[in-house]
Design a protein around this ligand. Structure first.
Ligand code: NDP
Length: 248
């Protein structure tokens, strides 16, 4: 098992759901967590909780769409803590709509955050890992990065892109720079993600799904991430496909 105490992590989308649960879990194991998102009130609350439990956290205001904000946030974390050992590219949104309703603003927003945002944070953090010849990048894809669902067409396109990017990145930085890459592909997780669905029928569909099964919790994803992080250095868990037992 690899000892991760004293490592430094940057977690995007840390103000709620999977990101917040992972920040808490990593901080409990002695990792210093840079918690990044747009909602500073939520980040400050999380930082206070982590510190009250004896952990170390830095709240970083970061809209992943904005490369300058990403660069500045990464620079702040590195200046305060020396480097970045773990990058959790997790910010994302899933507004959902049928294609023929042409909610093109939502399509573009998903591409901007789920894909281009992830590229922005990777571009800013990876040079620090390359410099120290070690690191671990986690990218949150989805079951929607493995198969396609109606009503989730653009979301699936962004998450398939995240899956493809993760595998290519793994091949390019594993051997050459000693950096591991893990693509996380969860099924349904109980978070705030469904609250952004503006199409009422699709939102109802997701609520119905919630009644049919026990969803995963953010902590379940955090546990899997921790397992991959603590694997021996020669082991890269390239994909973590994590499903609620009852989800087909
Ligand atoms: P949440 O809605 O709880 O979390 C989403 C996070 O993304 C928030 O912290 C939000 O922070 C952040 N975010 C959104 N837009 C931006 C932005 N422009 N810049 C920076 N941060 C942003 O949902 P989850 O925890 O479920 O989502 C986390 C990831 O998991 C997403 O990538 C999602 O696609 C993926 N996923 C979720 C599943 C689920 O069933 N919940 C299943 C499979 C994958 P803020 O608004 O403060 O900026």
């Amino acid at each position: 098992m690899t000892n991760i105490e004293g490592k430094v992590a940057l977690i995007t989308g840390a103000s709620s759901g999977i990101g917040a649960a992972t920040a808490r879990k990593l901080a409990q194991t002695g990792v210093t967590v840079g918690i990044a998102a747009r909602r500073m009130d939520r980040l400050n609350e999380l930082k206070n909780q982590i510190e009250a439990d004896g952990g170390k956290a830095m709240a970083i205001e970061m809209d992943v769409i904005n490369p300058d904000a990403v660069e500045t946030g990464v620079a702040r974390l590195v200046e305060a803590h020396g480097t970045i050992d773990i990058l959790f590219n997790n910010a994302g949104l899933m507004p959902l709509s049928d294609i023929d309703t042409f909610k093109t603003d939502e399509w573009h927003r998903m591409v901007d955050v789920n894909l281009k945002g992830l590229l922005n944070t990777t571009a800013a953090a990876l040079p620090h890992m390359i410099k120290q010849k070690s690191g671990h990048v986690f990218n949150t894809s989805s079951i929607a990065g493995r198969k396609v669902f109606k009503g989730l067409t653009v979301y699936c396109a962004t998450k398939h892109a995240v899956t493809a990017f993760s595998d290519g990145l793994r091949m390019e930085v594993g051997n050459k720079h000693n950096i591991r890459v893990t693509c996380i592909q969860p099924g349904a997780v109980s978070t705030e993600l469904f609250e952004q669905i503006s199409d009422l029928a699709l939102r109802q569909q997701m609520e119905d799904l919630r009644k049919q099964m026990t969803f995963l919790e953010g902590e379940d994803i955090a546990d899997a991430l921790l397992y991959a992080l603590q694997a021996p250095a020669h082991v890269d868990l390239a994909e973590l496909f994590i499903m609620p037992t009852q989800q087909e």
